[in-house]
Design a protein around this ligand. Sequence first.
Ligand SMILES: [Fe+2]
Ligand SMILES: [Fe+2]
Length: 345
Amino acid sequence: MYVERFEEQLLRGDAAERPRGPQYLSRFERWDDLASVRRRPRRRFAAGEVELYFPPELYPVVRHPLVAAKGSTVVKGLLLQRLYDYLEFTTELETLAVIPVATKISRGRSGLHLPGRMMSDAYKIVTDEAWHAQFSHEFTCEIEAETRVPWSLRGSCAPSAFLLRLDEIRGRLPHDLRGVEGLLFGIVSETLISGMLSEIPRDDRLPLSVRNIIRDHAEDEGRHHVYFRSLLTHLWPALGRAEREAVGPLIPEIIYAFLEPDYAQTACHLRDIGLSGEQIDQAITESWPTDRVQSGVAVAAAQLTRYLEEVGALRDKGTLAAFEEAGLLGSAYEMPGGIYTKVAR
Ligand SMILES: [Fe+2]
Ligand SMILES: [Fe+2]
């Protein structure tokens, strides 16, 4: 098993025979001076006068009449649970999705012919992500101790939705391409997470310690964003035509796997506040109507879609059709060299 794990590549085949990518410009030159694991204090949760634990705009179900009718204490409790979900999602994402991919890259087992500097920078990403996983989990424990409200999903619920979705996508890839979804999910999550993290630190309704911990994370993720954008410019040209045609149409699903809300987790929380099965379905469906989810995902992913266009990923008809069907192309999108709009259809 250990030798197998040593040899296993994310992308199979001889990396030396694949086309090489462009030059690599490292953003990790000053990592020792900038990385949060080196420079930021260990943030401690301090409740103080907590107005909100999580922005309700980012968790619209708390504004649904069936939920709001339960009263402001219940709503506040749900927002605390959402903060826990967010922190534990971060830990899950880092440990199960990003660290394994960055580790493979660092050990020269991505299956791509990458510049040496790019491989050694991957170690720094592993360290950053391990720190993010650690501080997010420890922060959860501190909030639980301070508020005496436990995270209701600990050990009791299904895996995070993104894991189930990724397994499903992997199952549809040809056997010899399994592993590529990990590289693509790394690119998707690492280029999108910095956007997700940017709003919360500015929200002064939230406890300062929560804003600080998310700000620390966001600063590291700015560097990761640039790295994984660069990884995309190495991955796409290295794929053969058949490989591109097989994986390209799955990219929209990988984007949704990361960005679409975790409805099952929300259903657990709504059950805990006493809603019936029917009420839970109604609250979830009405809080996240399909068209609004679709336009939200399109806006969040617009920059990544542009990166994919730049490397030529949307030149494949099947891939372009999948992006169109998933609602990821803005109305002003044109091929080739499309004009990109952030206003989703
Ligand atoms: Fe991270
Ligand atoms: Fe990251």
